[in-house]
Structures are given as structure tokens and as C-alpha cells.
Design a protein around this ligand. Structure first.
Ligand code: B1M
Length: 215
């Protein structure tokens, strides 16, 4: 198990898309927890890529290759995660996206997949989503919650702008707001008056259930 997870991480660090895809395929039929394979294998790898890049040990093309390998693995694993949905009663409607100016989507997509697999009706708006679009889509879909991902310190303030705009449109009491992404934390959520922060996909599901009163 340890060795398998190490190989998953190494494939991402090496930017080896073929290897990552193959290992993800092996994980499918192995009886291993797919979430564990993602978090302790592939995600560990992409975080290591980030660290190496930050420390100047690798360059942007290698960062991109690591991300591409990560996406290949997730493309294999995502349908299986979604497949854990057992046509349960909807726990609520969530509109999710990565805030404007930010194109990081791996974590956001994982959160969206897990929310959907756990019974929420999820509308994924993708990345680089303008503040107004979060609100327009939430209104159009009568969403219970807006979930905003931000991976950059330069874009996280957009999460606050969504909340400010909800207040301006007198919608704040109708829609919960949850935030997440690497630079965010509980203190930030409190500062911007969000309803909650989650640090990973599993706690995002727990938080969403709590906000929906279904914990
Ligand atoms: Co970028 N990048 N990147 N990047 N990148 C970071 C975020 C960075 C920390 C790297 C570093 O310096 N160590 C750094 C940000 C620094 C900062 O802001 N302080 C950075 C930078 C600077 C940049 C560029 C500016 C680089 C450049 O061009 N000079 C550029 C920005 C582009 C833009 O968005 N405008 C850029 C580009 C890229 C790539 C395109 C190469 C690629 C993204 C590919 C893609 O997403 N399609 C990329 C990657 C891969 C990373 C790192 C290495 C990994 C991100 C990732 O996918 N992690 C990242 C380093 C890091 O995060 N340590 C980095 C795996 C993922 C599963 O985790 O996204 O954290 P994460 O999601 C988690 C939790 O955060 C949480 O649950 C998820 C699952 O556990 N979560 C939520 C996430 N969203 C949530 C929402 C919720 C709840 C929980 O509710 C709403």
C-alpha cells in the first residue's frame, strides 16, 4: 500500500501522465480507498511539485506537466467516485467554482465530485468565474449554497466580493457561502463572513451537510 501510494506521488512529480493514468487504473480494481489513493498518493505528489517549484528546483513547464499528470489520474478516478452515489434524496443545491482570475481546478473539481457523490445537486461553473456569475447562477438554480475555491492569495479576495455582492442584492440570508483552497483558512472565512471553510474534500462534504442541516 505504502509503495503504491509512493508510486502515485512519484508519477505526478515526474510529470508522467501515462504512469499516473496506469496507476489510477490499477487503484480502481484494487479494493483500496480511492480517496486515500487521491489524497495520500496523487495529491501528495502535486503538493510536492508545488514545493519544488516554489523553491526554484523545477520550472513552470514541469509544474504544468505535474498538473497534467494529476488531471489524467483524476479523469480515471472521478467516474468511480461519482459512481458511489446511490440515487439518494437530494441534500441541497450547490453552485461551485473557482473565483475569477484563478484557473486552478483540480481541488475544486474533487470537492464538486465528492459533494455530488454524497447527495448534493452540484452545478460546477468551472474556473475564472466572475463574482456576478456565482450569484446569477445561484439565483437561477435556487441554490442553497455557493462554494468558492481560490488557490491564489491574489484571488481569494474575490470570495469576499461574492459575499459583499450577495449582501448588496439582499440575498445573503437565502444562500450559504463556503470557501476553500490552499490560502484560505477558518480565520479568513470568519473575516469575510462566510458560513464555513473546509480544508479538503471530505471536510467540504461534512461542512455542506452541516450548513444544509443534514449533518
Ligand atoms: Co499554481 N500556484 N499557479 N498552478 N499551483 C499554487 C497554488 C502555488 C501555491 C504554488 C507555489 O508557489 N507553491 C502558487 C500560489 C502562491 C500564492 O498565491 N501565494 C501558484 C502560482 C503562483 C501559480 C501561477 C501564478 C504561476 C505562474 O504562472 N507564474 C499560475 C496562476 C494561474 C492562474 O490561476 N491565474 C499557476 C498555474 C498553475 C498550473 C496551471 C500550472 C497548475 C494548475 C492546473 C489546474 O488546476 N488545472 C498549478 C498547480 C497544479 C499548482 C499547485 C502545485 C497544486 C494545486 C493543486 O492542484 N493541488 C499549487 C501548490 C499547492 O497548492 N501546494 C499551486 C491539489 C489539490 C487537490 O489541492 O487545490 O489545495 P487543492 O484543493 C484541496 C483543498 O484546498 C480543498 O479541497 C481540495 C481537495 O483536498 N479545497 C476546497 C479546494 N477548493 C475548495 C473549495 C471548498 C472547500 C475545500 O469549498 C468551496
Amino acid at each position: 500500500m505504502e509503495a503504491f501510494l509512493d508510486n502515485c506521488a512519484k508519477a505526478i512529480v515526474a510529470g508522467d501522465g501515462g504512469g499516473a493514468e496506469r496507476l489510477a487504473g490499477e487503484a480502481l480494481g484494487s479494493g483500496l480507498s480511492l480517496l486515500q489513493v487521491i489524497e495520500e498518493g496523487f495529491v501528495r505528489g502535486i503538493r510536492e511539485v508545488g514545493r519544488l517549484w516554489e523553491e526554484g528546483e523545477i520550472f513552470l513547464p514541469e509544474l504544468v506537466m505535474g498538473a497534467e499528470a494529476m488531471k489524467k489520474a483524476m479523469t480515471v478516478l472521478q467516474p468511480a467516485l461519482e459512481g458511489s452515489d446511490e440515487a439518494q434524496e437530494s441534500l441541497g443545491r450547490i453552485v461551485i467554482g473557482t473565483i475569477e482570475g484563478d484557473i486552478h481546478d483540480i481541488g475544486k473539481t474533487l470537492v464538486a465530485t465528492m459533494l455530488s457523490a454524497n447527495g448534493f445537486e452540484v452545478t460546477d461553473l468551472g474556473t475564472d468565474v466572475p463574482v456576478a456569475r456565482f450569484i446569477d447562477e445561484a439565483e437561477a438554480r435556487n441554490a442553497d449554497c455557493i462554494a468558492i475555491s481560490a488557490l491564489l492569495t491574489t484571488t481569494m479576495n474575490g470570495q469576499k466580493r461574492v459575499i459583499d455582492e450577495l449582501v448588496k442584492r439582499s440575498m445573503r440570508d437565502k444562500v450559504k457561502v463556503m470557501v476553500g483552497g490552499a490560502p484560505c483558512n477558518e480565520a479568513w472565512a470568519k473575516e469575510i463572513d462566510a458560513d464555513g471553510y473546509a480544508g479538503d474534500a471530505v471536510s467540504a462534504v461534512a461542512l455542506a451537510k452541516g450548513l444544509a442541516g443534514k449533518a
